[in-house]
Unconditional design. Structure first.
Length: 299
């Protein structure tokens, strides 16, 4: 794309019709690491969105302090409890080894939704970013921890990482406001860090490490509420389990915004919830697959 800013449309999405002779492991294993007391909903929304994106197996690693409410609300994802800090309600230092071992069995890591901010969460984030060999979607408190790490681009040269900041988080990790010139700022960060950058906003910018940029004009002000970002991280992670990281980002951003527009059309921008976005995801995916079947986009 070079310096041209491409606006994502339906024909850019990659959603092939599934073959009948497939198995759940063909669609990837995702580990979501997050949640703490007061933020259990982030894990639930991200996991649900990940499943709606079609991931074959989704595991949610959570502090044992929130295991019961998370597990009782989630039937499709496998919720795994790990030791929690009794005072802060987030992951304790003792959880690190067990989470690392579980991550080794998965293809994709979604790190950060509702994670919390503590020394133990900082150590957990740093360890997983350094050791996990697969695709990583870094979001929310994972971005906060990342902003405090003393690392250079060389540390991530061989990694496949997507960061999904809003403008405030972008300022923290990139030391740039991301508002004055969001496309250029996101692109500069992506090129400098080697990470695909999804800068969320009224128009969401996708910037790739090779200098290409893309724009999604989908979405509406009803999505400006806590939890919408968790849904996006889950969608990208679910698609990353099946497709390339680049295609996962394009799919996730476009479908997230389009599902949000459907929710706003039905419920209004004031009253729609992030969970309403999740319920609209299957309708958007079905619409896109039908679009392809009609021959308007040749695979």
């Amino acid at each position: 794309m070079g310096s041209v800013i491409h606006t994502i449309e339906e024909q850019d999405l990659y959603l092939p019709v599934r073959r009948p002779d497939t198995h759940k492991t063909d669609y990837g294993k995702v580990l979501l690491v997050g949640g703490c007391v007061g933020y259990a909903g982030a894990v639930k929304m991200a996991s649900a969105a990940c499943l709606r994106a079609g991931a074959g197996l989704v595991y949610a690693a959570v502090p044992d302090a929130i295991y019961v409410p998370v597990a009782s609300a989630m039937t499709e994802a496998m919720v795994l409890p790990f030791p929690s800090d009794p005072e802060k309600g987030c992951f304790a230092t003792e959880s690190l080894e067990g989470i690392r071992k579980k991550a080794e069995t998965c293809d994709v890591l979604i790190l950060g939704p509702g994670l919390g901010r503590s020394d133990s969460c900082q150590a957990l984030t740093e360890d997983l970013l350094k050791t996990f060999p697969g695709k990583i979607i870094l979001d929310a408190d994972g971005l906060y921890a990342f902003s405090r790490m003393n690392l250079s681009a060389e540390d991530f040269a061989s990694k496949e990482i997507v960061v999904t900041p809003h403008h405030g988080e972008f300022m923290r990790i990139a030391h740039s406001d991301g508002i004055t010139d969001p496309v250029r700022n996101a692109s500069d960060f992506a090129v400098g860090s080697g990470m695909i950058t999804v800068l969320k906003g009224p128009d969401t910018v996708i910037a790739f490490p090779d200098g290409r940029t893309a724009l999604s004009r989908k979405g509406n002000p009803g999505m400006a509420t806590g939890g919408s970002g968790d849904v996006l991280a889950g969608l990208i992670g679910g698609f990353a389990a099946q497709f390339s990281l680049e295609q996962a980002v394009i799919n996730g951003v476009f479908i997230h915004g389009t599902a949000g527009d459907l929710a706003a059309e039905e419920l209004g921008e004031y009253s729609m919830l992030p969970t309403d976005i999740i319920t609209k995801v299957p309708l958007v995916i079905k619409q896109i697959i039908n679009y392809k079947r009609e021959g308007k986009n040749n695979e």
